[in-house]
Design a protein around this ligand. Structure first.
Ligand code: ACO
Length: 318
């Protein structure tokens, strides 16, 4: 028994903010700098009052439609987010209520940008061990709420959005073939939010040492991808698509190069979505599925790294 991915969905807020829009708002930056250093051209920003659960619920409905599964058949909801609607209850239970789903298991996973990989590992393990039949796995974020718009080194990098996947318990050869996760709390100061309910009592703002994070990301991603392949007994040249966390085009290029793959094998959305943290992997997956690049039987390599540090990779047969 394993989790097979049978339908995807996504949602991006209507408000598109380009790099030039940011410069026009008085941030000391330029379209050229942002594109050259990150590959980002624009990001979507949630409207006032639009919460993470609102984004997640639209993506979830799309994924349910694509999978042909009724909301009432869902018995597990996992939401990966670092920007929950409230400190509690979990955003997963808000989405459960908005979808009209009755008694099931629903909780949030907090691993920042690696949240979707953590959620996939947990949901797959629960499907294998606890008899869940149909699960909703959602990555949803309103990172714009955590940004310090005075800090040009971070505020240009992130956006809001949600992606969702329906997982079904199956015994065949499709689905999650391997999942490898890591965390190392020693690097907390390189990427963190300077607030929270039990420290400052405020939400806080994102703080990052970009250059250091970049260095760790390239090293950790290359090794965890290898581990996920080894666990599944696969080789790099069997990968049809890398579906990476979308932080920076240069990180995507460096990871592809280390695997001996070309950028034609990578699903890229960072140019249009920027970094949407836990939402970026399912948003990229949905993009590749809907435009027809991801085909029946393809081998997908999902990977992400984020605050903590946390990082992970999964080999998935589509
Ligand atoms: N516009 C113009 N100039 C800027 C901007 C900006 N938005 N931001 C920084 N600069 C300036 C800096 O002040 C600095 O100027 P100085 O040389 O006069 O001091 C110069 O640009 C270079 O700054 P660096 O931070 O050294 O630039 P770098 O090439 O490292 O690029 C970046 C910065 C894009 C943040 C890069 O380090 C990066 O992408 N790191 C990865 C971080 C990341 O992706 N984090 C997301 C979460 S973790 C994850 O998802 C993997």
């Amino acid at each position: 028994m394993r989790a097979r991915l049978i339908g995807t969905g996504s949602y991006l807020p209507a408000n598109v903010v380009t790099n030039s829009d940011l410069a026009a708002r008085g941030i000391d930056t330029s379209d050229e700098w942002i594109i050259e250093r990150t590959g980002i051209r624009q990001r979507h920003i949630a409207a006032e009052g639009e919460m993470t659960s609102d984004l997640g619920v639209v993506a979830a409905r799309e994924a349910l439609n694509a999978a042909g599964v009724k909301a009432g058949d869902i018995d597990l909801i996992v939401v990966a987010t670092a920007t929950p609607d409230h400190t509690f209850p979990a955003t997963a239970t808000s989405i459960q209520q908005k979808l009209g789903i009755g008694d099931c298991v629903a909780f949030d996973v907090q691993a920042v940008c690696s949240g979707f990989l953590y959620g996939l590992g947990v949901a797959d393990a629960m499907i294998r061990a606890s008899g869940h039949r149909n699960a909703l796995l959602i990555g949803a974020e309103t990172f714009s709420r955590l940004l310090d718009w005075e800090d040009r080194g971070t505020c240009v990098l992130f956006g809001d959005g949600a992606g969702a996947v329906v997982l079904r318990a199956e015994t065949g050869t499709k689905g999650v073939l391997s999942s490898k996760l890591h965390a190392d709390g020693a690097h907390r100061d390189l990427l963190y939010v300077d607030g929270g309910p039990s420290s400052t009592g405020t939400v806080g703002k994102l703080r990052m040492s970009g250059r250091e994070v970049f260095r760790h990301a390239v090293k950790n991603l290359a090794s965890v991808v290898q581990e996920a392949l080894d666990l599944a007994g696969l080789k790099e040249n069997e990968i049809d698509w890398i579906v990476p966390h979308q932080a920076n085009l240069r990180i995507l290029e460096a990871t592809a190069k280390k695997l001996g793959l070309s950028m034609d094998d990578v699903i890229v959305t960072v140019d249009r979505h920027a970094n949407t943290s836990a939402a970026s992997v399912p948003l990229a997956l949905d993009t590749g599925v809907r435009d027809g690049r991801v085909k029946d039987g393809d081998l997908l390599l999902l990977e992400a790294m984020g605050g903590g540090f946390t990082w992970g990779a999964a080999a998935v047969r589509w």
